[in-house]
Design a binder for this molecule. Structure first.
Ligand code: AMP
Length: 459
């Protein structure tokens, strides 16, 4: 099938050609005609399948080139990063139209967003919290809305946005087109769909939870205390220039970044406690190649769209097996090959089993040459102590700078530069999240961070 047969105007076909796409992905060939037909759509499609263009292109087609005073289209996304990326797609594909779009999320000032509304905007891409603030303050009128898109709806439910979504719905017309995209059709998603959608066209492009064939998945069994050394070793010896590393906690992400920097690798953390500016900076640096390692938590990394990301590492396995699928889906995108390596400690075997059950495959176990993966080190004790202390603000001064002595690990080549200096360096970033995580929900953290970030004026 070609894009020509989908009913899109020449200016959109030109934008598609400019993006380098030669043929529609399965979600695009199914969703584009349905959206053009004014149908509601319920689509199971993960990031990486081309789902953004699957709704943005037909929406642009339907809007035509007329400018409107009030918004006609609202796209809700779970994270700021995804909102920014979707809006960027709107701008890219709509470059040859008059259609105006804006992105709305927390963590940045209200005024520029209000100014954009005043000038008139056709498409708004937003996270639910900040959008709701604007609606409640009367900054925005969604009474003329024609199309509502819920992108990554499963993740919005996971993040506790359901009530915000319901509140947003009160501000938009009941008679509208609704498109719901979700990685999976869980029971909760079906329930939400039944309340929001009217006789939807159902599209399921990928076998549920199947991981992309083009992602080369591997597992390295390794003692927890050796993970940092192993990661540095793999990055250095493999000459990896761009690697996305997942940790389970924001605190773990911060700690790993400091450690990698000691090892001489440029690294940044991306998680919900970071200010919007810090997140944008980290992501930009990573895309441009000035930051070699981006260490992220699940939610912050959702929707990161980097076309050519070659390596993803699970520094810790997620305890929710579906998150594994989302994580590794950051690589192997747009038809390119990618590699996803999971570092699995003895205490994570159960998570690995659950993941393998979900994906229906055993992941290949590999050995890594040139490093001892077994020897427990002092990191273990440190980890234990940190787990127990758990008060993030202990991180700064209280840990004795043991590692500077060498710790028997040949990969920590940079110790000579002095742990003290390195540890102290990222003060501003290290301090803010710690304080923030104390204020917010320290349990799984992401939820609190995102929700607050998405909606509170202070964030
Ligand atoms: P998404 O699932 O929307 O996050 O898109 C994943 C990636 O696929 C993005 O980097 C898009 O630029 C790319 N993409 C979208 N549609 C196509 C297509 N028809 N052909 C090739 N790449 C595409």
């Amino acid at each position: 099938m070609s894009f020509d047969s989908l009913g899109l105007s020449p200016h959109l076909l030109a934008a598609i050609a400019d993006s380098g796409y030669t043929q529609p992905t399965p979600i695009q060939s199914k969703a584009i005609p349905a959206v053009l037909d004014n149908s509601d759509v319920l689509a199971a499609a993960q990031t990486g399948t081309g789902k953004t263009a699957a709704f943005v292109l037909p929406i642009l087609e339907r809007l035509g080139s007329e400018k409107h005073r009030n918004p006609r289209v609202l796209v809700l996304t779970p994270t700021r990063e995804l909102a920014a990326q979707v809006e960027q797609s709107v701008k890219t594909y709509g470059a040859k139209t008059q259609i105006r779009s804006t992105v709305v999320f927390g963590g940045v000032g209200y005024q520029p967003q209000i100014s954009a509304f005043r000038k008139g905007v056709d498409i708004i891409v937003a996270t639910p919290g900040r959008l709701l603030d604007h609606l409640q303050q009367g900054n925005l009128n969604l009474g003329m809305l024609e199309t509502l898109v819920l992108d990554e709806a499963d993740r919005m439910l996971d993040m506790g946005f359901i009530n915000d979504i319901k509140r947003v719905l009160k501000h938009i017309p009941a008679k509208r087109q609704t498109l719901l995209f979700s990685a999976t059709f869980s029971k909760d998603i079906r329930k939400l769909a039944s309340t929001l959608l009217n006789k939807p066209v159902e599209i399921d492009v990928a076998p549920r939870n199947a991981t992309a064939d083009r992602i080369d998945q591997k597992v390295v069994m390794v003692e927890k205390a050796r993970k940092r050394a192993l990661l540095s070793h793999m990055i250095s010896t493999g000459n990896w220039s761009q690697v996305l590393v997942f940790t389970r906690t924001k605190h773990g992400a911060n700690r790993l970044v400091k450690q990698l920097e000691i090892d001489g690798l440029s690294a940044s953390a991306l998680h919900g406690n970071k200010s919007q500016n810090a997140r944008t900076k980290a992501l930009d640096g990573f895309k441009k190649g000035t930051v070699r390692v981006l260490v992220a938590t699940d939610i912050a990394a959702r929707g990161i769209d980097i076309d050519t990301l070659p390596h993803v590492v699970n520094y810790e396995l997620p305890n929710i097996p579906e998150d594994y699928v989302h994580r590794i889906g950051r690589t192997g995108r747009a038809g390119l090959e990618g590699e996803a390596v999971s570092l699995v400690g003895p205490d994570e075997r159960k998570f690995l089993k659950d993941i393998e059950k979900l994906i229906g495959n055993q992941i290949e176990r590999i050995q890594v040459e040139g490093i001892d993966l077994r020897a427990p080190g002092k990191d273990d004790e440190e980890d234990e102590r940190e787990q127990q202390a758990r008060r993030p603000d202990n991180d700064g001064g209280q840990r004795p700078p043991k590692r500077g002595g060498g710790g028997g690990n040949g990969n920590r080549g940079g110790q000579g530069r002095g742990n003290g200096a390195n540890r102290g360096a990222p003060k501003a970033e290290g301090g803010a999240p710690n304080n923030a995580s104390r204020r917010r929900n320290p349990r799984r953290g992401n939820r609190g961070g995102q929700r607050s970030g998405g909606s509170t004026p202070s964030s």
